[in-house]
Design a protein around this ligand. Structure first.
Ligand code: 13P
Ligand code: 13P
Ligand code: MG
Ligand code: MG
Ligand code: MG
Length: 365
């Protein structure tokens, strides 16, 4: 029987500025989730990365299920009440609507879901990022699924050598989902042409061409398109199944050794290298650096194992040092050129007003 993996995350308030949720907020959410009967869902795992709280739910209700989305929405509302009581910063920040309207997507929280037939063994990874946007996963997913430099399985394993189908979304379209499907390896240059534009084109899902099974699902929420103003970064989540017809776990993790530059960091308006961090890592330097955590699970009839914290291993200390150096390299640039995001990404903030005012002071000589 099929099971659904749903990861739903929201920033509903944090200690300090945008650092991390309080224990009380997390306890409230955990207690609330424990109050549901097992007719609602099978299992859950609650965690956070930076100031973003995520709930991983397993159930048999399929993706975009109203009850599951309502349950997540209600849980975040209950958590927000605690955040308000504690006067946490940005209480309810990502809940952009006053009420629930059937599907939590489009209301602020980030969602990634997959309905799967459990394999004989079912390992998968959960990625949660803070201080960045959904395009942050574009390059790692491209490298893990298309490039033998990171995925030797493309050469060594006939189970994945046929390639994958990428579904890419044009997130500049807000009224309707605008998508394109590209098959690797024949479309890899087309795929790269789209994925280079992290702010506009985002990987939504990936399927195995050999088995047709779904390999990955990512959140595509762009908060500023929903709110029409700056309301924090999207802080995307991603589910990836591993092994067998999918890349091995190490092949999925390999590209995170790059610490590639992504959008985000201070006030969501800069570029910074993506740091692979341990679970429950706080935010710090320059409201960053942009960070990503990866947890590995196995699941059996919806029951989750405990997570393994993929970046909690000595190798990644070296990478974190490198990423810190890369952060400082770009930060030395201040606001200049590539350090800050282009105007199109900043126009949701106060800079629009500033530019309007300055326009009035310009004159022709
Ligand atoms: P094990 O022999 O440890 O299962 O490793 C197999 C493998 O292919 C790792 O990528
Ligand atoms: P968050 O989206 O994580 O709340 O980041 C907001 C921000 O502007 C940090 O400077
Ligand atoms: Mg925040
Ligand atoms: Mg955040
Ligand atoms: Mg955010």
């Amino acid at each position: 029987m099929k099971i659904t993996l749903s990861i739903i995350k929201a920033d509903i308030g944090s200690i300090g500025g945008h650092l991390q949720p309080s224990d009380k907020l997390l306890n409230t959410i955990e207690e609330h989730l424990n109050s549901y009967g097992n007719d609602q869902f099978i299992d859950f795992y609650l965690g956070y990365t930076g100031d973003d709280v995520f709930i991983l739910l397993t159930h048999r209700k399929g993706i975009n299920n109203r009850q599951i989305h309502q349950l997540a929405w209600d849980t975040f509302m209950v958590g927000t009440a605690t955040a308000k009581k504690q006067r946490l910063y940005g209480a309810g920040q990502d809940l952009l609507s006053d009420s629930f309207s059937g599907n939590i997507k489009g209301l602020g929280p980030a969602v990634a879901e997959m309905e799967i037939e459990e394999r004989e063994n079912e390992p998968f990874l959960v990625f949660t990022a803070d201080k960045t946007d959904p395009g942050a996963y574009n390059l790692p997913l491209y490298l893990s699924f298309c490039d033998p430099m990171h995925n030797p399985g493309l050469l060594l394993s006939p189970k994945i050598g046929d390639g994958f189908t990428f579904t890419v979304m044009d997130v500049s379209h807000t009224e309707q989902d605008r998508i394109i499907q590209l098959n690797t390896p024949e479309d890899i240059y087309n795929l790269a042409a789209l994925l280079r534009d992290n702010e506009r084109f985002v990987v939504e899902s990936i399927h195995s061409r050999k088995s047709q099974e779904q390999a990955a699902a990512a959140s595509t929420t762009r908060l500023h398109h929903i709110a029409g103003k700056y309301v924090g970064k999207d802080d995307p989540v991603l589910l990836v199944r591993v092994q067998s017809h999918f890349p091995a776990v190490g092949e999925i993790l390999s590209p995170y050794s790059i610490g590639h530059y992504v959008a985000g960091f201070m006030r969501g308006s800069h570029h910074g290298p993506l740091m692979p961090v341990k679970k429950n890592t706080t935010v710090s330097y320059f409201d960053g650096p942009p960070m990503v955590n990866a947890l590995a699970f196995c699941v059996s009839e919806g029951k989750l194992t405990e997570p393994v914290d993929c970046f909690d291993q000595p190798f990644w200390d070296h990478i974190r040092d490198k990423v810190s150096r890369k952060s400082l390299d770009l930060r030395e640039q201040g606001f200049s050129g590539p350090a800050m995001l282009p105007y199109s990404e900043l126009e949701y903030g106060g800079i629009t007003h500033k530019m309007e005012e300055l326009e009035k002071r310009f004159d022709f000589r």
